[in-house]
Design a protein around this ligand. Structure first.
Ligand SMILES: Nc1ncnc2c1ncn2[C@@H]1O[C@H](COP(=O)(O)OP(=O)(O)OP(=O)(O)O)[C@@H](O)[C@H]1O
Length: 741
């Protein structure tokens, strides 16, 4: 297989060299052509290079006698016989789903472990042994391979798991594309990693459909996105937009902190009505007639005429900005009529009427009046005016209490907070584009259409030259893939931006599939926005209600989905915890029972033999105790990664107290061996060792404080230490107390 990989790489490399050295005819076109082939071959070369590590990881021996190998890509020999089968193909599925109880025609499943290009181990699951006992039948798939990957040191980046996907996970990865799939599972059950493999699987299986519309993956914060950002590229997928909710309104970076109370209020669905009401209050009907002098004419606009013009504009178009030109035209007509009457209708022809109307439409006093009666609004202007004006807010949101309104009021110049994003998006929907944006877009569309026309001819030439004139050596079985690459490149020529870039910069982009991680954290307004990005409702939502930290977050999947995807959603559950060892999970399970006695913690897949250290430390000794714990933990995990998780409200204090560990809210914090994180930042991440400082404040500082402590407790793969004033939940436990100091 590696020989074959070398040959293919060599071919791609020599094609690349040839294209780069080739004389061009000197025209712009020939340079662009050379560039496109360079991209093509370097893309193929880097794809072939990216699968070097662990190229093949499995073998299936069928009862019927066939045998095939499973790997990260598909490979064929010169006679088109398969040498290696891609893990995403239907044929490969049995590798993940066959069990002793249900062998699916598989006699033996072999896990192959490589170091470099050398096989260093094989584990066989014999699946047709009648003699296996019931207990043995439910063994994990590839136990040795799985355990060796679970106990390896963490790197600050998540790894792909193609070699050891478990059957309950595989069912989710390969679930069908339509509808909403909710994956509920406790901490460490692989929700994130499964969701990412599902993205790779869907893009491979539905390339036609998803290649054009793209996949959006929404994560809880930028540190988390950094943690997962290499999984999809390592699976060969790049056309995926990774974003946090804060980044979903193009041009706005919404990272300003805000109170949990403000986020809760602004995340409530009632905000949609508040915004609609606020917008309607910008359309003014005066109580008295307005007098206006244009040239020598005294004109009068009566409230009834203004109200009528408003109503008729709004019946035709609902969006505020899009309806405005109709209102403007009605008012101009009313004023024009008055002038015509004054002059005497018999003296005025159709052309004169048009001239009068045009003059009126350019008159400063008329323009100023129209702006007063019906101003054009941008989403940014609306939101900043609404939340900085107590009067406007009181008028638009009478259902809020005085305290609630005070909680969301802020200066007009305040930076955007994450909960503003869904409000901006809602406002954009209600307002429609302003006339300036529409004109700009029309201009741009005309320019693009001309450029596309010019390039189309060229692109056809490139394909013809490449494929029919045999300028490239290409195997018949490579043709489809090659066409894809050409097509991709052609699209690039027509539009210099990648699909991911275009999708990320377009608020109205409709994605083929949307994956939401830590889905329990999103507010009702966030969901409203996300559903607009995916009208087909092809979505995968992964989350754990017990880990909900946000007061605006989800409390029940059915409440959410019966509204947006009635009868089109289903749930799947993950029950095995691959991250947290049993000893640590016992502490977490106690917290979970306190949150809700009906919830069941996931079962840990392994024990480490090391009990967590839970130590009551007086406040004035905490810094010293932390320094000592950092030293002990680091010794225990060799070169692994350690996180110190602290209450959000005391983050800066701890950063000053232990300055020599990395402390920043920037994703680069993951590069450090020892990182200081607050609870929200630690969501979804994992470390070899975790030290939690001041758990009592973590519990007390938010209405979902116990869930936050549960999240923090379940981040470690090997070592957990908890120091500080201990809340009751850490005392009243039924786990082994012998290791507790
Ligand atoms: N089949 C598997 N093979 C190897 N490793 C696995 C497998 N499933 C999960 N893991 C590992 O278990 C760890 C936890 O997975 P992941 O972060 O996806 O869990 P999660 O359910 O999203 O957790 P949380 O809700 O706590 O954030 C990761 O290191 C992941 O790589």
């Amino acid at each position: 297989m590696y020989d074959r990989l070398d040959i293919l790489r060599e071919r791609a490399k020599s094609e690349l060299d040839r294209v780069q050295l080739e004389e061009t005819t000197g025209t712009d076109q020939s340079y662009t052509e050379r560039e496109s082939f360079t991209d093509l071959f370097s893309g193929r070369f880097s794809q072939l290079s990216s699968v070097e590590r662990g190229l093949c990881f499995g073998r299936i021996d069928e009862t019927a006698g066939e045998q095939f190998h499973i790997g990260r890509i598909g490979l064929f020999d010169d006679d088109y016989e398969p040498i290696l089968v891609d893990w995403r193909t239907p044929v490969a599925q049995v590798f993940y789903s066959a069990t002793a109880a249900e062998p699916l025609g598989v006699k033996r499943r072999r896990h192959i472990r490589l170091r470099g290009r050398t096989v260093v181990g094989v584990d066989d699951d014999l699946l047709d042994l009648e003699a296996l006992g019931d207990g043995e039948r439910s063994t994990l798939i590839g136990e040795a391979a799985l355990l060796s990957s679970l106990t390896a040191s963490r790197t600050g980046r998540m790894n792909e798991i193609v070699a050891t996907i478990q059957s309950e996970q595989d069912r989710i990865i390969r679930a069908s594309l339509p509808g909403v799939l909710v994956v509920q599972g406790g901490p460490g059950t692989g929700k994130t990693v499964v969701a990412l493999h599902r993205a790779a699987y869907l893009l491979y299986t539905h390339r036609e459909q998803l290649g054009r519309s793209g996949v959006l993956v929404v994560g809880p914060n930028s540190t988390f996105l950094r943690y997962i950002d290499q999984v999809l590229p390592s699976l060969g997928e790049t056309d995926v937009v990774l974003a946090t909710i804060s980044e979903l309104y193009p041009g706005v970076s919404a990272t300003a902190p805000e109170s949990a109370e403000a986020a809760r209020i602004k995340g409530d669905l009632a905000m949609a009505d508040v915004l609609a009401e606020a917008i309607s209050r910008f359309r003014v009907v005066p109580t008295a007639p307005i007098k206006l002098k244009v040239d020598q004419h005294e004109l009068v606009l009566r409230p009834s005429a203004i109200r009528k013009a408003q109503q008729s504009a709004l019946t035709a178009r609902e969006q505020h900005n899009r309806a405005r030109p109709l209102f403007v035209r009605r008012i101009l007509k009313t004023l024009t009529n008055q002038i015509v009457e004054r002059i005497g209708r018999q003296y005025v022809g159709a052309v004169d009427i048009e001239d009068i109307e045009k003059e009126l439409s350019e008159d400063d006093r008329v323009l100023e009046l129209l702006d007063r009666l019906w101003p054009e609004l941008t989403p940014q202007l609306l939101i900043s005016v609404l939340f900085s004006s107590a009067d406007r807010l009181a008028a638009a949101a009478p259902q809020l209490t005085d305290d609630e309104r005070t909680a969301v009021l802020r200066p007009a110049t305040a930076d955007w907070a994450p909960s503003d994003v869904a409000l901006l998006d809602e406002a954009a929907e209600l307002l429609g584009e302003t006339s300036g944006v529409v004109a700009g877009r029309n201009r741009q569309a005309a320019e693009e259409a001309a450029a596309v026309e010019a390039n189309r001819e060229y692109a056809h030439g490139v394909i013809d030259i490449g494929l029919t004139a045999e300028r490239i050596e290409i195997m018949p079985w490579e043709i489809e893939q090659f066409k894809d690459l050409i097509a991709q490149r052609t699209r690039l020529i027509e539009n210099p931006f990648t699909l991911a870039e275009r999708a990320a910069s377009d608020r109205t982009w409709v994605f083929g599939h949307v994956i939401v991680d830590e889905a329990q954290e999103l507010s009702a307004m966030d969901w409203r926005m996300l559903m607009r990005r995916c009208p087909r409702r092809s979505m995968t939502l992964v989350g754990d209600i017990a880990q909900t930290g946000s007061a605006a977050g989800v409390r029940s999947w059915s409440d959410l989905l019966d509204r947006y995807a009635p009868r089109r959603w289903r749930t799947a559950e993950l029950t095995v915890n691959y991250r947290t060892p049993a000893e640590i999970m016992a502490v977490a399970a106690n917290i979970l029972t306190t949150i809700d006695p009906t919830l069941t913690p996931p079962t840990s897949v392994r024990r480490t033999g090391t009990e967590p250290t839970i130590c009551s430390v007086p406040t004035d000794e905490l810094t010293d105790a932390l320094a000592a714990a950092i030293k002990t933990s680091r010794e225990a995990i060799d070169d692994g990664h350690l996180a110190v998780i602290v209450p959000t409200s005391r983050y800066d204090q701890f950063a000053r107290a232990i300055p020599d560990i990395a402390h920043t809210h920037d994703p680069s914090v993951l590069d450090a061996d020892v990182a200081l994180l607050d609870v929200a930042q630690s969501k979804g991440l994992e470390f070899d060792a975790v030290i939690i400082a001041d758990p009592t404040t973590i519990v007390a500082e938010s209405s979902r404080g116990l869930s936050d402590l549960y999240v923090a407790t379940t981040r470690a793969t090997k070592h957990l230490t908890i120091l500080g004033d201990l809340p009751d939940v850490l005392f009243s436990r039924d786990y082994d107390q012998s290791a507790t100091t």
